[in-house]
Design a binder for this molecule. Structure first.
Ligand SMILES: NC(=O)c1ccc[n+]([C@@H]2O[C@H](COP(=O)([O-])OP(=O)(O)OC[C@H]3O[C@@H](n4cnc5c(N)ncnc54)[C@H](OP(=O)(O)O)[C@@H]3O)[C@@H](O)[C@H]2O)c1
Length: 279
């Protein structure tokens, strides 16, 4: 199963996230790809990600015949607020330069000359979008127009911010990546804006942000009915409401289990029950 962006890019329907893997990043990325993941999420942010080790894994995979073109690579520009002293750009330079330098550094880390998706890790502003956000977004648009990335997107964005970006940007995002809380109807407001604008919604922390919900008796019953695990029910639910889920599992068995969620089918009634479960 694949999803398609409004600019006609085909995107795999499940993504492997590389945050917090530290030195295990390279072997885990290899294992994820060998287990069947074809989309990888990273960020050029050493506090949480080892982008260069993702690149090392890609080199090993290439030696085994898995070519870069068969993979979907996504990484992020993280502002200095989200970095420690190891910024992948000159933090005293203007923001446009920072985005360009960070992007070039990502290409180097990942041993590629293009990205499939480039993401603004978070807006600078908590409410609305300020001058810094617009400058960074314009730099991202420029990267997209140069052909160096097939899509641009934004993460950790609120519904009003996304609506504003869609209205006022020259190029609206092709994807959004947000933490997905059941208590917010699984980020329904943001998902609706995405749907209306042909934007792919990527949900992260589907399991970790909703631990109590996952063991709710209603979810247990659904899992029992289809013979799936609780995690598989959540990932399958995410897919059926049009999301692209991320998983950051560190275990081969869970990698396979997570991917197998594509093979189950929830009824419309079950999907609705899960959507409203925490409201
Ligand atoms: N844009 C952002 O600001 C942002 C922020 C956070 C994350 N992300 C991205 O999203 C990715 C995923 O993050 P996440 O928060 O969703 O995941 P995560 O924190 O890596 O956690 C996944 C958790 O779920 C467990 N799990 C996975 N599959 C399971 C299964 N089938 N059964 C039981 N447990 C299972 C894992 O345990 P095991 O390891 O034992 O399987 C792990 O504890 C990150 O790596 C990163 O790429 C982006």
């Amino acid at each position: 199963m694949r999803l398609t962006t409004y600019n006609q890019v085909s995107v795999p329907s499940f993504m492997y996230g590389t945050a917090w893997k530290k030195d295990a990043t390279a072997p885990l990325v290899q294992l994820a790809v060998e287990s069947g993941f074809t989309a990888i999420d990273a960020a050029n942010q050493l506090i949480h990600y080892q982008e260069a080790l993702v690149g090392a894994a890609l080199q090993s995979l290439a030696q085994k015949g898995i070519q870069r073109e068969t993979l979907f690579l996504q990484t992020k520009f993280t502002s200095a607020d989200g970095q420690d002293h190891r910024t992948p750009y000159d933090a005293s330079a203007d923001l446009t330069t920072q985005v360009r330098q960070s992007f070039d550094s990502s290409l180097n880390h990942l041993h590629t000359d293009y990205l499939d998706s480039y993401v603004l890790h978070a807006p600078f502003s908590r409410r609305g979008l300020g001058e810094a956000d617009w400058e960074v977004w314009a730099a991202m648009e420029e990267l997209y127009q140069s052909g160096k990335t097939k899509m641009i997107g934004i993460s950790n964005v609120t519904a009003p911010q996304l609506a504003l970006l869609c209205q006022q940007a020259t190029i609206r995002p092709m994807m959004v990546q947000n933490r997905c809380f059941a208590a917010l109807a699984w980020d329904k407001q943001v998902r609706e804006i995405c749907r209306a604008n042909g934007i792919i919604y990527q949900g992260f922390s589907l399991l970790t942000a909703n631990q109590q919900i996952i063991s709710d008796p209603a979810i247990r019953m659904i899992a029992q009915r289809i013979g799936a695990s609780l995690a598989q029910v959540i990932f399958r639910f995410a897919m059926q409401v049009g999301m692209l889920p991320l998983t950051g599992t560190t275990r081969e068995q869970h990698m396979k289990e997570d991917l197998a969620a594509e093979q189950f089918l929830l009824t419309d009634d079950e999907v609705q029950r899960i959507e409203m479960i925490a409201l």
